[in-house]
Design a protein around this ligand. Structure first.
Ligand code: NAP
Length: 613
């Protein structure tokens, strides 16, 4: 049988496994005809058109052309099944890889112009790759850990995986290394990030086991003096003309202030510092916290632990997702590998579903006065989620009462159900909602009793609102930038700080989205913007770029006022979006498209440039 016959042979089966909307978008794009699909409900017609259009592309006899605006618009609408505003076209071209994407202008720097990138997580890797691609190649990446990977290197707890679809939670230039599951487990994500470092030629510019401890700006020389501590106990000093800090938003574990915490005699560790030498088989385990990490840990350890006591301070909203925790079937893998543009159009559809498609759910309707929700759409979602929770735990009224949140969905980060409710129903799992008041050498005391346990797991989150600590940064005039940022987290566009020439922080305050987008996407937006700032500085013959204090203040005020009316700004509900503060400091206002647009162009009036001496 020829290759062509084989192709046609398997095609019908493949098309049956395809997502109808994604397939309609692919067929429209590849046919070049915006009207190729007339009725999105007519699956047989979509498959029949696909059977005609796809073979030459699948056999390599034709290559997909970049669509014009009309064709792109038709395919975007089909991929989502609703009209998408035309403003999304350029975003779609870039973020899906459908193109064309105009190349970024090269950066020309003197040979001795050195850049230091701090951190080799998703953000640092992206910054380094972008600089390299634009020709600014004289940089080092300092990584505190023994490997690149950031959060995906640090977090190795049982059940750890991403809760955004992997074909979306990936850089736009490398969407699919052959993801094994729809929502990849941690090892696959770590492997992916390491692969990007290797494939981007960054390995020989990466210094692992190198923790930058302090940075001090030298005004006379216009350089940063850098101190670092290494894994072998040694220290080193260096200088850099520019520092781009990407230390990670969720990288410093937060341990709760519970009396007697240190007195516990057994193993006790944070979710991000999992002690794999501790065998939980048959053990009594207390898990403190019910956030995203705990939600993955409990279902993973419950089958082997003797007993698990989960200490909940507040319940979370969880959504089910049919593909969560599921491997790609052979046919699903084939769809991505064999049908040109299927992956890209799937990514666009997912970027809408996990992106601006959620806008009605998080936008407060000022006319809405029911405290259980913030808008009609949010209310409908709440009804659905409540029904889901009742279906899951309805047989246990005691549990139902404890797990049902009282606040509107999306006020805390929305989670995906990882088998949480099923785990809570197990005989060896108990959900305790009484406040934890003390830890003793033997266990955990709450307001309603004492549990003797062998192991305590702190799934209590991170110091997301301390952006630079523990790194000490000293800016112009000896300003303690770390302390200033801890006191009042403000940065222009969430990444440029006053008194810090030639310094960018990604992500800094209010430079993430709480409901949509994902870390890889944010990293791409920031890397583009920061590299563009450097290009403009160098092209103008300057040796310094520093943000104007008034630009920082204006941006902070504007962001604060936009966030005041957001779903996250509920005075009754705490989350890591606020950290230990009363207002939101980690997330940005607006949509995914707003976010993308914010970092497209540099408004030079926000910066001062100092000429080379
Ligand atoms: P988190 O969402 O901040 O949750 C911390 C949990 O600890 C909350 O349930 C909190 O209760 C509780 N807590 C804190 N102090 C406590 C105390 N003294 N007593 C009892 N409970 C206490 O932290 P996380 O679960 O590590 O997740 C952080 C973020 O990391 C996520 O939102 C997500 O962005 C990311 N993450 C992602 C994934 C994924 O992609 N699947 C997985 C893990 C983490 P309250 O709610 O009452 O404050």
């Amino acid at each position: 049988m020829t290759q062509a016959q084989l192709m046609v042979e398997g095609l019908a089966e493949l098309l049956k496994a395809a997502d109808r909307r994604t397939l309609a978008a692919v067929v429209t794009h590849l046919s070049g005809d915006p009207e190729a699909i007339r009725d999105l409900r007519d699956r047989p017609a979509i498959e029949a058109t696909a059977a005609q259009v796809l073979p030459p592309f699948m056999l390599g006899m034709a290559s997909p052309a970049a669509p014009d605006d009309e064709l792109l618009q038709a395919a975007m609408d089909l991929a989502v099944g609703a009209p998408i505003p035309p403003e999304y076209r350029d975003y779609a071209r870039e973020q899906t890889g459908i193109g064309p994407v105009p190349p970024l202008a090269p950066i020309r720097a003197p040979e001795d112009f050195r850049v230091l990138v701090i951190g080799a997580g998703a953000s640092g890797i992206m910054v380094a790759r972008t600089l390299d691609n634009r020709g600014l190649t004289n940089f080092r990446i300092a990584e505190a850990n023994a490997s690149p990977g950031g959060a995906w290197w640090k977090n190795t707890y049982p059940g750890c995986r991403v809760d955004t679809p992997s074909l979306l939670y990936s850089y736009s230039f490398d969407q699919d290394p052959g993801w094994p599951e729809h929502f990849s487990p941690q090892p696959a994500l770590l492997q992916y990030l390491r692969g990007v470092v290797d494939d981007s030629g960054l390995t020989d510019r990466l210094d692992v086991d190198t923790r930058v401890t302090s940075l001090r700006w030298n005004e006379t020389e216009a350089v940063w003096h850098v101190e670092a501590a290494h894994g072998d106990g040694s220290t080193s000093s260096s200088t850099a003309n520019v520092v781009i800090a990407a230390p990670g938003l969720l990288s410093v574990p937060k341990l709760p202030d519970i009396p007697g915490r240190a007195s516990f005699a057994g193993p006790a560790f944070h979710s991000a510092e999992w002690d794999h030498s501790v065998d939980l088989t048959g053990k009594r385990v207390a898990v403190i916290g019910t956030g995203a990490s705990a939600q993955q840990i409990v279902p993973a350890i419950a089958p082997i632990a003797g007993e698990v006591v989960v200490h909940q301070r507040s319940p979370q909203w969880l959504m089910p997702h049919e593909k969560y925790g599921r491997k790609l079937t052979g046919l699903e893998r084939d769809l991505y590998d064999r049908i040109p543009m299927y992956r890209e159009w799937n990514r666009f559809a997912e970027s809408w579903r996990f992106g601006d498609g959620t806008t009605p759910l998080v936008t407060v309707d000022p006319e809405w006065d029911d405290p259980r929700s913030i808008s009609a759409a949010n209310d409908r979602l709440r009804d659905e989620l409540e029904k889901y929770i009742r279906r899951e735990v309805g047989t246990r009224p005691d549990l139902l009462e404890k797990v049902m949140p009282s606040y509107p969905p999306f006020t805390k980060r929305m989670l995906i159900d990882n088998g949480w409710y099923q785990a809570l129903l197990r005989d060896n799992v108990r959900l305790n909602t009484a406040a934890v008041i003390e830890m003793t050498p033997d266990g955990v005391r709450t307001t309603d009793g004492f549990d003797e346990v062998d192991v305590i797991v702190f799934a209590t989150g991170f110091h997301a609102d301390r952006f630079l600590s523990p790194m000490q940064v000293t800016g112009v005039g000896g300003v303690d930038v770390t302390a200033e940022l801890d006191r009042d987290p403000q940065a222009y566009l969430g990444l440029a700080l006053p008194d810090c020439p030639n310094f960018f922080l990604t992500p800094g305050p209010n430079a993430y989205l709480g409901h949509a987008g994902n870390g890889m996407f944010f990293a791409e937006c920031h890397a583009r913007y920061i590299s563009e700032c450097l290009r403009l500085m160098l092209e103008s013959g300057s040796r310094e770029i520093v943000v104007r204090p008034e630009a920082v203040r204006r941006y902070a005020l504007e962001t604060r006022s936009r966030l005041d009316s957001s779903v996250w700004n509920n005075p009754e509900v705490d989350s890591w979006f606020k950290g230990e503060r009363k207002h939101i400091v980690t997330v940005a206002a607006g949509s995914v498209l707003d976010f993308w647009n914010s970092y497209r162009r540099v408004d030079v009036s926000a910066y001062d440039f100092a000429p080379r001496g």
